[in-house]
Ligand binder design. Structure first.
Ligand SMILES: *Cc1c(COP(=O)(O)O)cnc(C)c1O
Length: 843
């Protein structure tokens, strides 16, 4: 028996069966449960003012969380002191979204305290796994972009990168989704209703943020032209810190989220005029800035409040960054040697004119020096090529909220277009004007608008895409003109996910099997080491244990769905899963077409030898996105028909899992056998869901899109189910005049499927309900080419069915998938950012 297994097979409290102790192989903890127990009791009494003799989950969850926070803050202080003493370059990650999920188990794992806590709770007669149900998901993001930011903070802490996350502490995060009569209904996520034990509110370090007003201009006594912003309104930003520990390295970094606080308590003029209620109303209006997360990643709404959110957190963060710089420095020329700022999409791009304003107007640095500092400091990550997601702001609105910033943007643009003129002096006047129009930070058209992507590109030294294909598309089309102008600026940083959460925490059984086999937990900090399990793919004993783990995870998901939605799914079926935001480009509808096709085949041929399938969907639709919401209704309607049809019972079932979120992903992904990654090629910038599934041993059915392409390069195409048109083929198809009707007419199975959906087979009581979906595919032109990929998808699903009959071969490929996913750790991504963008020497 391996040493590791021996060390962790500790006696378990008699109240807890060995079976329920699923973390048997977690790395042994360093800490003594007795110390932890004393701290838990102390917090229950002194901090919560509660009785520790009342053994409820609530008290003990908070007691344990606070005992951990004590340890985190100690680590954080020593980490900060070392950065300060060594005068290290700091990395600031600016993101309007984070998606941390729950923190208790993650923090226990990172502190090496999971085992101690498990035993401590067992001594109290409590089960740690049940305690975790008290915690709410911190859902301060929409999906992939926010979750990426959280994985990146985890990796920065683990790799020892001196990073800080900055963002907004929304009172209401991502809405909770409930399904009523098959339709999505949004419920406010009041995650702050209960006390958040992970957070430190720093009510004394408020930062003032200005809005509106005008610019005062004058010539000072030294003859310098001075600009001063005279705002109309001031709001204060209160920092709320959440500590993010590295994996067992005694380092902790900080995610600082700003909460809006009104200034008006001190505005006595209101009281003097007797307008007390007016004063309170305005106070509430100020505090609205951090009230709610905008619930869409892909479609930008040009709302004033959203612009204010962006500026609010950017201004507060830059204030902090500059203050920290000035503690040890006085020459702003050194700023880029001490500070790197990464912009997570264009949402924080207003940081560029804000830093210019601070340097030029406040610190009196000359424009050229200030601009050179900006370019060297900022780097911008692009996340999407969807035209409706490219952010622009009407010039008029921008000028009302940020009058000085608009002037600065115009000045940046004027100077920038001068360099363009010089560079392309050989072009004809007409060609040059066209090029300048395309590059300009200001778009013309019906309404003049500020182009945030152009601003971010011009003001940054690095612009990166998030997967190889995506970066190539940026260079070749979306940002082609910029790429010609700055051939070294656009670069690739393929996304990754943290193995701490997406393997260790979510899949303790698989982690245990791998850890025991390699007799080491080192793969959790260096995921490349996971390739060492590859030889075991040919070991039948290992394959059996691998399959047992998957089956146990499937049973866990079955129990979870039984509790959550009262269904009991078939353990002997393939678990076929598509969970992600609902969007037309992600093509959940294509998956539905497959389900209906299978349904028809089983009904037509009752003796057909099918492999049983459970098709699971999950994901939120943006509340204003009509088509996405209708897709949810279709999935539920199809599920109703399929699940109540006796002729398909035991062969096919379909479920929509409500309220997809990080904590649900942690249960679903380890249980999945078939991962659906079926976006139209060229549309999914990277995807990270695709990575989480493959790391957990799911086989992927997917298009050649985003990072799935790079997964195939490493896993081997023969170990995945790839189908459909490539991005290049889609371009050709569209150029030559894509006609969805042609596919409809010539493919009888497809025609029948679409006719059933349009013909109310799934909407008998609501005629015409799904007509808009079918229209989008036929008369609407099928923007995402579902019909072009339908036949290839169906045939590839047949290969899935065939392979699943050979369980041993399926398992072998599952092992190869996991073994070859080392590259997709967010540690690798962050190491690349650190070396190639942030100029950090430490790695
Ligand atoms: C990983 C993740 C996503 C991103 O999934 P994609 O398939 O890459 O779109 C979205 N939401 C949650 C909760 C996630 O954990």
């Amino acid at each position: 028996m391996s040493e590791w297994k021996q060390r962790v097979d500790l006696p378990i409290h008699p109240d807890i069966s060995a079976e329920s102790f699923q973390w048997r192989y977690c790395p042994p903890s360093e800490d003594d449960p007795e110390a932890l127990k004393a701290d838990v009791i102390r917090h229950i009494v002194s901090t919560l003012g509660s009785d520790y003799a009342r053994k409820n989950h609530y008290n003990y969850y908070y007691g344990l969380a606070l005992a951990l926070r004590d340890r985190l803050v100690e680590q954080w202080l020593t980490t900060q002191r070392s950065y300060y003493d060594e005068e290290t370059k700091r990395v600031y990650y600016l993101s309007l979204e984070y998606l941390p999920g729950k923190s208790l188990v993650n923090n226990l794992i990172c502190l090496g305290l999971y085992h101690a806590a498990y035993r401590a709770m067992a001594d109290f007669g409590l089960n740690l796994e049940e305690l975790t149900e008290v915690e709410w998901d911190a859902g301060l993001g929409n999906g992939g972009l926010g979750r990426l930011a959280s994985c990146y903070l985890d990796s920065m802490a683990t790799l020892g990168v001196p990073g800080y996350g900055y963002g907004i502490r929304y009172d209401y995060g991502m809405f909770n989704q409930v399904i009523e009569n098959g339709a999505q209904v949004e419920k406010a996520d009041n995650w702050m209703r209960t006390f958040n034990p992970w957070e430190f509110d720093r009510g004394i370090n408020l930062v003032e943020v200005k809005f509106g007003g005008r610019v005062k201009r004058w010539v000072d006594e030294k003859g310098r032209m001075r600009n001063e912003w005279i705002p109309e309104n001031r709001v204060r930003a209160m920092p709320c810190d959440t500590l993010v520990p590295g994996y067992r390295n005694r380092r902790t970094i900080n995610m600082r989220l700003w909460s809006a606080r009104s200034d008006r308590e001190f505005d006595l003029s209101y009281f003097n005029t007797g307008d007390y209620v007016g004063a309170v109303e305005e106070k509430v209006r100020d505090e609205n800035i951090s009230k709610v997360l905008y619930p869409s990643e892909d479609v930008i709404q040009g709302k004033e409040l959203r612009l204010k959110q962006q500026y609010f957190f950017v201004a507060a963060s830059l204030h902090d960054i500059v203050r920290r710089f000035k503690k040890k420095n006085d020459d702003f020329k050194d700023f880029p040697d001490k500070v790197a700022i990464q912009l997570n999409d264009t949402h924080p791009a207003v940081a560029i004119p804000e830093l210019m304003r601070l340097l030029v107007d406040v610190e009196l640095v000359d424009w050229d020096t200030a601009w050179s500092v900006c370019e060297k400091t900022f780097a911008y990550t692009n996340h999407t090529i969807l035209p409706e997601a490219l952010e622009t702001w009407p010039v008029e609105l921008f000028g009302q909220v940020l009058p000085r910033h608009l002037e600065i943007i115009y000045e940046i643009n004027r100077r920038f277009l001068e360099t363009v003129e010089a560079k392309y002096a050989n072009l004809s006047r007409a060609e040059l004007d066209e090029r300048k129009q395309r590059l300009s930070l200001i778009g013309e058209g019906k309404q003049k608008h500020v182009r945030m992507a152009n601003l971010a590109i011009v003001g940054s030294h690095s612009v990166n895409g998030v997967a190889a294909l995506h970066t190539q598309i940026l260079k070749d089309s979306v940002f082609k003109d910029f790429h010609e102008l700055y051939p070294d600026k656009i670069n690739n940083k393929t996304n990754g996910v943290t193995p701490r959460r997406w393997l260790r925490q979510s899949n303790p059984r698989l982690t245990g099997l791998i850890g025991e086999t390699l007799n080491s937990e080192a793969f959790l900090r260096d995921l490349d080491l996971i390739k060492e399990i590859e030889p075991y793919a040919d070991d039948s004993e290992f394959r059996k244990r691998w399959a047992d783990v998957k089956r146990a995870n499937k049973a866990h998901l079955r129990d979870y769905l039984e509790r959550q939605m009262g269904v009991s799914i078939n353990l002997d079926s393939v678990f076929d899963v598509q969970v992600k935001r609902i969007h037309e480009y992600k093509r959940q509808l294509l998956n539905v077409l497959h389900v209906v096709t299978l349904f028809n085949r089983i009904i037509d041929n009752p003796n057909i030898d099918v492999t049983p399938r459970t098709v699971l969907f999950g994901g939120k639709a943006a509340p204003g996105y009509f088509m996405a919401k209708r897709i949810i209704r279709l999935i539920n309607a199809v599920a109703d028909v399929v699940n109540s049809e006796p002729r398909v019972a035991g062969k096919l079932e379909v479920h929509f899992m409500p309220n997809y979120r990080v904590s649900q992903a942690e249960v679903v992904i380890p249980a999945t056998e078939l991962s659906e990654q079926i976006s139209m090629a060229g549309m999914e910038a990277s995807g990270t869901g695709n990575m989480k599934f493959a790391i957990n041993g799911a086989l992927t059915i997917g298009t050649l899109d985003g990072a799935t392409i790079e997964m195939a390069e490493r896993i081997g195409k023969e170990n995945m189910f790839l189908f459909g048109n490539t991005a290049d083929e889609i371009v050709t198809l569209k150029r030559e005049g894509y006609n969805p009707w042609a596919y409809y007419e010539k493919d009888l199975e497809l025609k029948r499927t679409l006719d059933m959906i349009a013909g109310d087979f799934f909407s008998r009581n609501d005629p015409g309900l799904f007509q808009p979906l079918v229209d989008s595919l036929l008369s609407g032109g099928d923007r995402y080419c579902l019909l072009a990929d339908y036949r290839s998808y169906i045939e590839t699903q047949e290969q899935v069915t065939t392979l699943y009959r050979d369980q041993d071969e399926w398992t072998r490929r599952s092992i190869l998938n996991t073994a070859r996913m080392g590259f997709f750790s967010s540690d690798r991504s962050i190491a690349e950012y650190a070396r190639n963008i942030w100029g950090l020497q430490v790695l």
